[in-house]
Design a binder for this molecule. Structure first.
Ligand SMILES: CC(=O)[C@@H](O)[C@H](O)COP(=O)(O)O
Ligand SMILES: NCC(=O)COP(=O)(O)O
Length: 246
């Protein structure tokens, strides 16, 4: 079963437009969990333009207090010391390492693992010491999946921005086969496979039909936009129905 993890960044972005406390990030997490998501994702950036550190603490506390079965809390980000401290205090089940710069609008590439091998290996060891599963955000190249296994990652997250971009182009199947080869390399190396970025109701089922062993998809931007049309509960059910088509 592929887990749907809702990324709450865009709920936080809307909340941050005013100096008031709605829409509530934790409130929306509760609605999403009630509707059937299996995980909560946040990607706090240093400028706190989306999820703030306070959201991460509140979500961590809410999940621990209100849910007896473990809900996967996934924190994404570039592992600066500030980020590592936040993770150490909020104890997510999964940490997704993403190589984004503070001034980057959104994530737009995976890691150069070989160029960051020592740093990433050390970070992964520290996260494992806290019992967190570690996923590494990568581009769709099989050698990078192998490099992720070498540095001790548990999973890779395939950056699906390029898949979104080609979805209505003639080269879609060619690009998708590169994703599939990367997912095969990851699986053969013993890694789990996550995927995310600009997955939506158009492109999700087709991706999962090609790579049905995908462990998790994290979706935020499109899901939040769809929630304006269908409501959060309706949008999540629509995404779960797409996942069920695989
Ligand atoms: C790693 C990844 O692809 C997502 O976390 C993405 O960065 C979310 O984008 P926003 O933070 O722009 O919502
Ligand atoms: N890891 C990807 C993610 O969390 C959501 O990305 P997007 O759906 O907001 O593009």
């Amino acid at each position: 079963m592929t887990v749907l993890s809702i990324n709450l960044n865009k709920v936080a972005l809307l909340r941050n437009q005013r100096n008031i406390d709605y829409p509530s990030v934790t409130g929306m997490a509760r609605i999403a969990l009630q509707a059937g998501v299996g995980g909560i994702t946040v990607h706090p950036r240093p400028d706190e333009r989306h999820c703030r550190k306070s959201d991460v603490y509140e979500l961590s506390e809410m999940l621990a207090k209100e849910y007896s079965a473990p809900i996967e809390f996934n924190i994404e980000g570039n592992p600066t010391e500030d980020f590592m401290a936040l993770v150490a205090e909020t104890r997510p089940q999964q940490v997704t390492l993403v190589p984004d710069d503070p001034d980057q609008n959104t994530s737009d590439h995976g890691w150069d693992i070989l160029g960051n091998k020592e740093r990433l290996t050390e970070i992964i060891e520290r996260l494992h010491a806290q019992s967190a599963r570690v996923s590494v955000f990568i581009d769709h190249e099989p050698e990078i999946a192998l490099a992720a296994a070498e540095i001790g990652a548990d999973r890779v997250e395939l950056y699906t921005g390029p898949y979104f971009e080609c979805y209505f182009r003639d080269d879609r199947e060619q690009v998708l086969s590169q994703y599939k080869n990367t997912a095969i390399a990851a699986r053969d190396a013993g890694l789990g496979v996550n995927a995310g970025h600009d997955l939506n109701l158009d492109n999700l089922a087709h991706f999962l039909q090609a790579i049905p062993w995908t462990d998790e998809v994290s979706i935020g931007h499109a899901l939040t936009a769809d929630a304006l049309i269908y409501g959060m509960d309706g949008a999540i059910k629509a995404y779960l129905a797409e996942i069920a088509k695989k």
